[in-house]
Design a protein around this ligand. Structure first.
Ligand code: MG
Ligand code: ZN
Length: 367
């Protein structure tokens, strides 16, 4: 079924001038990222229709000779970049004309409303005014209020694409065969099959506290020991997280600190005294680990897990994901120590993965 995006022009595709008339070519200024966004939406299978009120068009207050060159510049520029509108629907009337085609009246889209063949559920009306929102509602499709700063084009693309940051990584060596799937934008769909009960319990801490969905299937050479399985899950998880992050735009990037049961965490390792766990991480693209807990573990094993594998797991993950990772845990029950580290890592990860807006959180322009 055909999916449509009905899109307002002024204030949505191009900036609306203070006198509300785009009546000269030097008044044509495109909205931020409108072109890549529309290309992406076309790629997703959307057909575009422009729907615009142009008050008094063709009258002395807004003669066609001033409208047309600016309008053609808009349409031709978009078209030169591969963006095509199936129709461009314009109401030329003034409010006092009381016509049937001025948004949010439905006259302009009458033929679309008669046509039952297109997909209402996945079609949208996008515009910068309340009248656009009303129009979408009246058409029985989802309205999206365009706001340059708060709900810009890339944000709309994410909204429409339902873009979820997902990735699957398969890693097969002579020692292990591992598949890791992550979804950074949903939680609660976790599944683990590694043959290592306590390790699965720890992976579950990362997923639960990281606010992500995580599935891990690992067939490793456990007849040797758990070393390769844990290391390779760490690598595959790091790769999957990195892949799911995509261009990293909008992410929090940094994660640190949390209070937790009987232990606590602080951001600054040098302020940490006796009881506590500290995890600070940065999705920096520069793998670096600082661990300060090897000596503090109070046992060699937790369940079947050799505790020395804990730093090895996090190091493998950090290198694969490009993390700067600092972890520290105080003395205490060893199960608690290990669990606290995984929980704290999950919480720090949750902060760093959180996506808001579209900016790249780096003054260098790369991560
Ligand atoms: Mg508008
Ligand atoms: Zn009209």
């Amino acid at each position: 079924m055909k999916k449509y995006l009905f899109i307002d022009r002024d204030g949505t595709l191009v900036k609306e001038p203070s006198d509300f008339q785009v009546d000269a070519t030097d008044k044509v200024v495109f909205e931020k990222e409108v072109i890549p966004a529309l290309l992406k939406l076309q790629e997703l299978g959307y057909t575009l229709v422009m729907v615009s009120n142009q008050d008094g068009l063709g009258t002395p207050s807004f003669p066609l000779e001033t409208f047309t060159p600016a309008h053609e510049l808009i349409v031709n520029t978009l078209e030169s970049q591969g963006i095509r509108f199936e129709q461009i629907l314009i109401c030329p009337h003034k409010p006092e004309d009381n016509c049937e085609c001025r948004k949010p009246k439905l006259g302009l889209v009458h033929s679309y409303l008669l046509d039952q063949s297109w997909d209402r559920e996945h079609s949208y009306f996008i515009g910068d005014r309340q009248t656009d929102v009303t129009m979408g509602e009246r058409m029985g499709i989802t309205p999206i209020l365009y706001q340059t700063d708060k709900n810009g084009w890339m944000s709309i693309v994410r909204q429409i694409a339902g873009k979820q940051r997902c990735a699957t990584v398969r890693r097969t060596t002579r020692e292990t065969d591992i598949e890791v799937s992550v979804n950074l934008d949903e939680s609660g769909h976790n599944h683990f099959e590694t043959g290592l009960g306590f390790f699965e319990h720890m992976l579950d801490q990362i997923a639960t506290h990281g606010g992500i969905s995580l599935q891990v299937t690992a067939h490793g050479d456990l007849q040797v020991d758990e070393h390769h399985t844990i290391e390779d899950v760490g690598i595959a998880l790091g790769e999957a997280l990195l892949k799911a992050l995509g261009d990293k735009r909008g992410i929090g990037r940094f994660g640190f600190c949390l209070p937790m049961d009987e232990v606590y965490a602080e951001v600054f390792a040098d302020k940490l005294d006796d009881d506590g766990v500290t995890v600070a991480l940065d999705i920096s693209g520069r793998p670096h680990v600082e661990f300060d807990f090897k000596a503090a573990f109070s046992a060699d094993k937790v369940g079947t897990l050799a505790v020395q594998m804990v730093p090895h797991f996090f190091e493998s993950l950090a290198v694969a994901m490009g993390l700067t990772l600092h972890m520290r845990v105080s003395a205490g029950n060893c199960h608690h120590q290990v669990e606290a580290l995984f929980k704290a890592f999950g919480r720090a990860l949750r902060q760093a993965l959180t996506c808001q807006g579209h900016e790249l959180p780096s003054s260098k322009g790369t991560l």
